[in-house]
Structures are given as C-alpha cells and as structure tokens.
Design a protein around this ligand. Sequence first.
Ligand code: 5AD
Ligand code: SF4
Length: 471
Amino acid sequence: MTETPKKLFIKTYGCQMNVYDSDRMADALAPHGYQPTQVMEEADLVVLNTCHIREKASEKVFSELGRLRELREEARAAGGPGFMIGVAGCVAQAEGDEIVRRAKGSVDLVFGPQSYHRLPELIKRAHNGATIVETDFPTEDKFEHLPAASREVTLARGLTAFLTVQEGCDKFCSFCVVPYTRGAEVSRPLEQVLAEAHNLAAAGVRDLTLLGQNVNAYHGLDTSGRTVGLGELCRRLADIEGLARIRYTTSHPLDMTDELLAAHRDVPALMPYLHMPVQSGSDRILAAMNRRHTRADYMRVIERIMAVRPDMAMSGDFIVGFPGETDADFEETLSIAREVNYASAYTFKYSTRPGTPGATMDDQVPEAKKTERLQRLNDQMTGQMRAFGQSVVGRVLPVLIEKKGRMPGQVGGRSPYLQAVHMEGPERLIGTIQPVEILAAGNNSISGKIVTVAEPKSVSVIESQVAMAQA
Ligand code: 5AD
Ligand code: SF4
C-alpha cells in the first residue's frame, strides 16, 4: 500500500482531543506515504486542526489561512507545486461554508472531526480541483477505520499518551458549541479502547489520559452488549501491564457516579488529580448556563470524591462575564474557587458563540468588565496554584521519569498531580517511577531528589516504596 513519500504538516489548535486527532490523522495518512514534518514550507499537505470554542480561537484560523496562502504563492512563484491546504476540526465543522467563501478557492479540503478516516480518499478527490467539504456526521464509526500508529511512531510520541474514549456532548450548556461541532455523545466500545491501550502500553506508554468532552459519561458496550461505565473501564485499563497511571478529562459533576468513585477508592493507578469544571460559583449563573447543578450540588460531589481520595487535587474551568453576571455573582465564583481549593484552573472570558443560547441572551457583560474580572480571578488562582506547589515541598512523590533534563545529569518527569519535576538522575531511569523528595516549588515546576533509586521493576513495588518513604 506504500506510495511515494510525501510530507505532512499539521498545526493543532485547542484542546487535547485535537492533539489526539492530529496524531490519528497522521496515522491515517502514514500508509499512504505521508511522513510528518515540522517545516511547513517542505510539506505536501498542510492541515490546520482547528478549535471553535471561543471567538479568538476561530479567528486565528482565518488569519493563518491568509498566511498559508501567501506562503504557497511564494512556493509556486519559485517553481514548486506548493502544498495542499486542509482545514479540519471544529471550525471546519461549524463554519465550513464560511471558510470556502473567505478562502476564495485557496483551501482544498474542509473536513469535520468525524471524517478523519476518510482523509486519504478526500485528498485524492481534492486533486481534481474544487474544494472538498466533508462536514456530515457519517454513520460509520471513524475509529473502526483509523489505522493504529506503528510501535515506532508511538514510541517517538513519548511515555504519556491521550486516548479518546468518548466524543460529543448532550448537556447543552448555553455557552458551548461542542454539542454542535462534535455532535451527540458517543462512547467507543470497551474492546476497541482496551486494544488501543494495549498497543500504547506495549510501545512504552506509562501515563494514559482518557479523553472525552464528557468523559465520565462514558458508557461503552462490551462484547456481550453490556454497558460499561468509566469506573469499570479504568479497572480494566489498570490491569494492562506497564500502564502505571490513568487519568481522564473533562468530567461533568453530574456524571461522577458511585461506580467511578469506587474505582478511585480501589485503583491506585487512577491518579489523584481531577479536572471537573464548575464554570461559575453563582446559582443564578449556573442556571442560566444550563449546567443542571447548583453550587451545593457541586460541593457535595467534591465531598464524595474527598471521602474516597482525601489526597485528590482538583482542577477546574471558569467562565467570567457570562450574560447577566453581576459583581455579586462574580464574588461567588471567587469564593467557590477558594472553597474547593483548586490546585489548578483554566479561566476564560465569556465569548459569544453563534448558534448557542447564550449568544442571544440579554445583559451581555461589557468587555472591560470581563477583563477586570478575569484579572481578579487569575490573581487569586495564581496564588492558589503557588500554594499548591508549596504544599508538596517536603513530601516524597512518585515521579514518572519522562525525559532528559535541560542540564547534563538531570532528568525531567511528572508528579501524580501533573506537575513538571526536575531532578538529578541517570537517563536509564526514563520510563520508571521513582520516589522523589520535593525540595522546591517554582511557578511552573517543582524540583527534588530521588530518594532511593528504584531500578526498573514492577510499578506496584515502586508505589509501595513511595508509601514507605512517606510514612
Ligand atoms: N466562552 C468562554 N469559555 C468557554 N468555554 C466553553 N465555551 C466557552 C465560551 N463560549 C470554556 C469552558 C469549558 C472550556 C473547555 O472552555 O470553561 O469548560
Ligand atoms: Fe460544553 Fe457543557 Fe458539554 Fe462541557 S458539558 S462540552 S461545557 S455543553
């Protein structure tokens, strides 16, 4: 099946699912002779994998397309063929026709997130001239048709990996475009997920993050047609040799089931770090956002989580300046962020998205007010994040050693809480989990020293060494 070698350049915007999708597009094209390149000018195909979640993200795509067009003209003026241009992802899905209109014939391919498996065929069709737009939601399962990455490619991608287990969303928060761009909630079958995880682990992946817009609503079918929840999926994944760490993102508070919490209680590989957005601390705004939960409901979920994993570090998303948000509502957001004691947070100014209920609501908040609130929330969150960093100083944490460090003799890794960790250590430890005493916390990373070098061996032995070192 191998064809003439060609070069593929993918620029990824937005969330982790787009990062995963970009890799899967590369996997789909690899059997057709496409090798990845980091140099846009030498590519035969340039794909922008786009994000539509906020206005700024979408607008970037249009300006990048202008730049691409110029680059291609220059390449052609120099006598070369120039590259083919494709727009993928959520902007392609939501604004396919607009892209074609504004690009005036310079874009060859526009395809939505559910069409990646058709990419080789779309490229062939695009060679005939007209722009190909593929934004229907196909009936077939793209994952059934996407080839797995080779072992070498997976190895090169590193010790941590993403795996999409669920896509789309049925919640319809009134600010969010996801239900329109990614479609209805769909879960991948259990065996399909396990097979992909086996391949990743066999190629050396140690830290796996399961992805889904509403990942804890996962309800995949097993081979007997039984529905399996995220808790059971995590238990099955934890049995895979080599998979030491399991995480998932993004979760909705209403889908934190007892089954999932029991997995957090029983499965040590499920990391004590959970991203569970609340968006606002005000009940009035939560209702207007159609979040379907109150502040008290959210806090009750946190209590249930802490009851099974008292060491759980929380991460969240916040939107400031949703229509109708008053100063008092915003104070509630500041106060819930303090009450939950988030270890990290992603904060956003509300951005009007066409087609969502929020876009036509009265009482849109002026931009200056949004900016001021964002600044205050960020100031508070910076303090909280710093305090979280400081809180691990003096502790011994199990650190997955991932790569060579910046200085000779150093290695870099990550803590259970996703913190980057620097320490002295030999490269042969890459891929192992080491007990590291944390000595200092900076703004974006922590540093420490390996307590006793645990030579490569089973993960559970190392985890128990860590427990002993902490005792
Ligand atoms: N404006 C601002 N932020 C948004 N998000 C989603 N939609 C919008 C919007 N219209 C944020 C939410 C979500 C995260 C992925 O992006 O906080 O959790
Ligand atoms: Fe968007 Fe709400 Fe669904 Fe999250 S739960 S993807 S914020 S609609």
